[in-house]
Design a protein. Structure first.
Length: 365
């Protein structure tokens, strides 16, 4: 097995040293920044182990760049940052601003998937049509479900938008920093497995991006502490903050977009209006790309401010900008949430989101 040695400077600069729980054969960075330092990982279930093994099923790619395909833009950025300018060609196939739950890959996606060595998806039932297309047309590719391989089913969240009887959990792990850290660990391992000669370069990028994730996590804890506990209520268009809420101790009182993606019933709307009034909700959060007349109505009837700028899977800025990133997306949304609920977001604003790595991934707009 190849030795995995980071430079002394990187070792010293790491914020926290914990061991990785991966069950694959690739040696871990000595300063692995897995989720164990800021949340309690659950890694005992057989399906979790199986999903992790599937991610490591590929062989070394020799004589050409590794070809990587990914789905939603936040994941594409994480892959793009770890790949940097090392050599892998990273292609996102879900257009930004698209509803990833209902996205049906066009026929043109077949050729992209067929040529892939590695396909990263979130999993947890988020991109089922894309996953089915990949399995049918890219039988030799490694298909890695980042969410499914990083969080045990016992820790999946089912709620009003994702009821357990529907069979699909809330898949939005990436809005919560502790859940992003094992994504990074898995992406790093898969890339190293395919391109082991560049292990040191992948490790450098892995540490830089992991530190950025941890910095945002710590800053959001500080910012959240400035909001009275009774005011940490979230009513959103898209139910994307369940894991975020569990970690940072917010309460998601509702989301307008149910799993069926139909408009809520008048009874549901009346119930939400009652909750907004009884909990004295400070703000209602809408989506930048999915206007909601229902949220506008609730805002008008309750006198609560309606803020329709939260981003879902669409990254701020343009490809190549530091803001066009998972970190840019989270920083924007975190600041918006904290300030709307009456808190002080200065700690989040102070976090640099420039990982000092060139993201050369291709994004569909």
């Amino acid at each position: 097995m190849r030795r995995n040695v980071l430079t002394a400077a990187l070792v010293i600069s790491c914020l926290s040293l914990v061991s990785c729980s991966s069950n694959n054969s690739v040696e871990q960075p000595k300063d692995d920044l897995s989720q164990g330092n800021i949340s309690d990982p659950a890694v005992s279930e057989a399906k979790l182990q199986e999903a992790g093994a599937n991610c490591m099923a590929g062989a070394e790619i020799k004589g050409r760049p590794v070809r990587v395909v990914s789905t939603v833009a936040p994941i594409t950025n994480l892959v793009g940052l770890l790949a940097g300018d090392i050599g892998p060609i990273v292609q996102g196939i879900v257009p930004e601003g698209t509803n990833s739950h209902t996205f049906e890959p066009p026929p043109s996606s077949v050729a992209t998937l067929e040529s892939a060595d590695i396909i990263f998806v979130n999993g947890m039932k988020l991109e089922d049509p894309t996953l089915e297309l990949a399995k049918a047309n890219a039988p030799k590719a490694v298909i890695c479900e980042l969410g499914t391989s990083s969080l045990a089913e016992s820790d999946w969240i089912y709620d009003f938008s994702f009821p357990k009887e529907g069979g699909k959990p809330n898949p939005h792990l990436w809005t919560n920093p502790p859940n992003v850290l094992p994504y990074l660990s898995t992406i790093r391992n898969v890339l190293v497995n395919a391109d082991p000669t560049n292990i040191d370069k992948y490790d450098e990028n892995y540490v830089l991006v992991s530190r950025l994730v941890m910095n945002l996590d710590e800053a959001m804890k500080v910012a959240t502490a400035t909001i009275p506990a009774n005011d940490r209520n979230l009513l959103t268009y898209h139910d994307a903050y369940a894991y975020f809420a569990r970690h940072f101790e917010y309460e998601v009182i509702g989301a307008i977009q149910p799993q069926s993606f139909e408009e809520p019933s008048p009874k549901d709307i009346a119930s939400l209006i009652d909750q907004v009034k009884s909990k004295k909700v400070k703000a209602i959060f809408g989506s930048e790309v999915f206007p909601s007349t229902v949220l506008e109505q609730i805002g008008k009837e309750t006198g609560v401010r309606y803020i329709d700028v939260l981003r879902d899977d669409d990254l701020p800025g343009e490809p190549g900008d530091a803001e066009h990133s998972w970190a840019g997306l989270m920083k924007f949304n975190y600041i918006t949430i904290v300030e709307a609920l009456g808190g002080d977001a200065s700690a989040v604003k102070a976090v640099s989101i420039d990982a000092k790595i060139s993201d050369k991934a291709t994004y569909l707009q």
